[in-house]
Design a protein around this ligand. Structure first.
Ligand SMILES: Cc1cc2nc3c(=O)[nH]c(=O)nc-3n(C[C@H](O)[C@H](O)[C@H](O)COP(=O)(O)OP(=O)(O)OC[C@H]3O[C@@H](n4cnc5c(N)ncnc54)[C@H](O)[C@@H]3O)c2cc1C
Length: 462
């Protein structure tokens, strides 16, 4: 091997950890710092007694072969298949999002189904002018079907009303023309298979944090330790290259001259750190204005529904999604027990963030009792996490709609020895980490930027 390189990795989430493991195997010197007290970032485990659950919903996509192989190699038999059953909570009743369960009625009563059908036909013959996303969806699926199955949840998830969103671009419109045909098939033809039903879904037996724990174990065997409660306090850049970095290891300052820096700091914050740009400083507030509250309920009773999670479509409920860990992974929840996580998707300034945790708990218990999803007297324990500036709905491609961010990414890319690996989605984050490691091994940053560029359709399957 050529001369050993010194690589500073900032953040022990899925992206930083996958990069660390791949590089540690090659014998490079790794310095891995993490500002929290534990590893995993947004993919860390939440533990209570024999419960090992995820932080919110963690659906691990299997769309990137490289990542899937990486996880498989780590988990072996603990990377288990599960039934990807998703429900819709509407007026205190769970409906199905796929016709694989309960057929075309998806749990609707015959009367409700007929009403949906009538509203669908009405839309098809109406001359509604489509000028926003809501009208576009109504026109495609009918008002009632849209209201019950998709709109309510999605509006909460992304924090935007569909009537304020533009109609999709040409490609999406073509897809939706096809979806009209699909909807026709859905209502009238026998065979109807959804794309999602063909995907093989897999999850670590003991929760997504099992991946984190296995990587940490392997890193320790390779003599790489995570420096927890450690941060980055200064960066010096000369000729578009990071030449000096000051880190604080549990408050003790240390200067480094790393050959490469791999950063999983969200890009909005990276702007301030690596570029010191005024626009980065001012725009952080607007682009990171969403957050989440997670309410965990640990119950001494068997799970009352078989779905991995249910999307809450009622607009008068603040809950966005309810995750049921009994139905993922297999080993996350002990037998005859239940753990649910209620996810609230909010703006940072939402009054729920100021509500005392006891009141949040009471609100959650009341709603779930009303929907017959729990017996509140069986509640054993609870945990509540308030996560401002954490947007579970972010798609990495979103930045393309924000000119200041496009500029920010461009400038970050120009720093020759910086690999910005923070990504939306555990698979994309892991993929960015793996590609950063490969690019450093083969000495080509261009390849990293190319294969992790969100503008390309499926850049990862090269
Ligand atoms: C509620 C919720 C639900 C989600 N659901 C899914 C899902 O179903 N499927 C899916 O694929 N993805 C999901 N995600 C997204 C996924 O968890 C993230 O996209 C992924 O974890 C990003 O990985 P990362 O390594 O890039 O960043 P992170 O996981 O955020 O890790 C970054 C790490 O860097 C550390 N750090 C940051 N700044 C510094 C600093 N200055 N110094 C030192 N350390 C620092 C942080 O503490 C953190 O540990 C969800 C996220 C949330 C919040």
């Amino acid at each position: 091997m050529t001369k050993k390189k010194e690589i500073l990795i900032i953040g022990a989430g899925p992206s930083g950890l996958s990069a660390a493991l791949e590089l540690a195997k090659t014998g490079h010197k790794i310095i891995l710092i993490e500002k929290a007290k534990c590893p995993g970032g947004l993919m860390r485990n939440i533990n209570h007694g024999d419960f090992n659950v995820d932080l919110g919903r963690k659906e691990l996509y299997t769309r990137i072969q490289k990542v899937n192989d990486f996880w498989e190699e780590l988990l072996h038999d603990d990377y288990i298949k599960y039934e990807h059953r998703v429900g819709i909570l509407y007026k205190n009743k769970i409906l199905e999002s796929s016709i694989l369960y309960k057929g075309r009625l998806k749990g609707l009563s015959l009367i409700q189904f007929l009403k949906c059908l009538i509203s669908f036909v009405k839309e098809k013959i109406s001359n509604r002018k489509v000028s926003n996303y809501r009208d576009f969806a109504y026109k495609n699926s009918g008002v009632l079907f849209t209201e019950i199955f998709t709109k309510g949840f999605h509006e909460k998830f992304v924090g935007r009303l569909w009537k304020d969103l533009p109609i999709p671009d040409k490609t999406a419109r073509e897809i939706d023309n096809r979806s009209t045909v699909s909807l026709f098939q859905y209502f009238f033809l026998k065979k109807f298979e959804t794309k999602a039903s063909r995907i093989e879904w897999r999850h670590p037996k003991y929760g997504a944090g099992q991946i984190t724990n296995l990587i940490i174990e392997k890193l320790n065997n390779l003599n790489v330790n995570v420096h927890y409660e450690s941060n980055l306090s200064g960066v010096k850049i000369i000729d578009n290259s990071i030449s000096l970095v000051t880190i604080e290891l549990k408050g003790v300052k240390k200067e480094l001259k790393p050959d490469y820096v791999i950063s999983s700091i969200p890009p909005e914050f990276s702007g301030n750190i690596f570029l010191n740009l005024d626009y980065a400083k001012t725009q952080v507030k607007t682009s990171m204005n969403r957050g989440a509250i997670l309410v965990y309920l640990f119950l001494d009773e068997s799970s009352k529904f078989n779905h991995c999670w249910v999307n809450v479509s009622d607009q008068n409920s603040k809950i966005g999604r309810i995750v049921n860990y009994s139905n993922f992974g297999g080993g996350m929840v002990p037998k005859f027990k239940t753990c649910l996580c209620l996810e609230y998707f909010l703006f940072n300034k939402d009054p729920l963030f100021d509500l005392p945790k006891q009141e949040l708990l009471e609100m959650a218990l009341t709603e779930l009792t009303k929907a017959h999803l729990i017996n509140r007297e069986n509640l054993q324990y609870h945990m509540i996490f308030k996560l401002p500036n954490t947007n579970p709905a972010v798609d990495w491609k979103d930045y393309l709609n924000e000119p200041h961010k496009v500029e920010l990414y461009k400038k970050l890319k120009e720093i020759k020895n910086l690999y910005n690996v923070n990504r939306a989605g555990t698979d994309r984050a892991t993929h960015a980490g793996l590609e950063a490691a490969a690019a450093i091994k083969f000495g080509s940053k261009e390849l990293f930027e190319k294969y992790t560029d969100p503008r390309q359709k499926e850049p990862w399957n090269h």
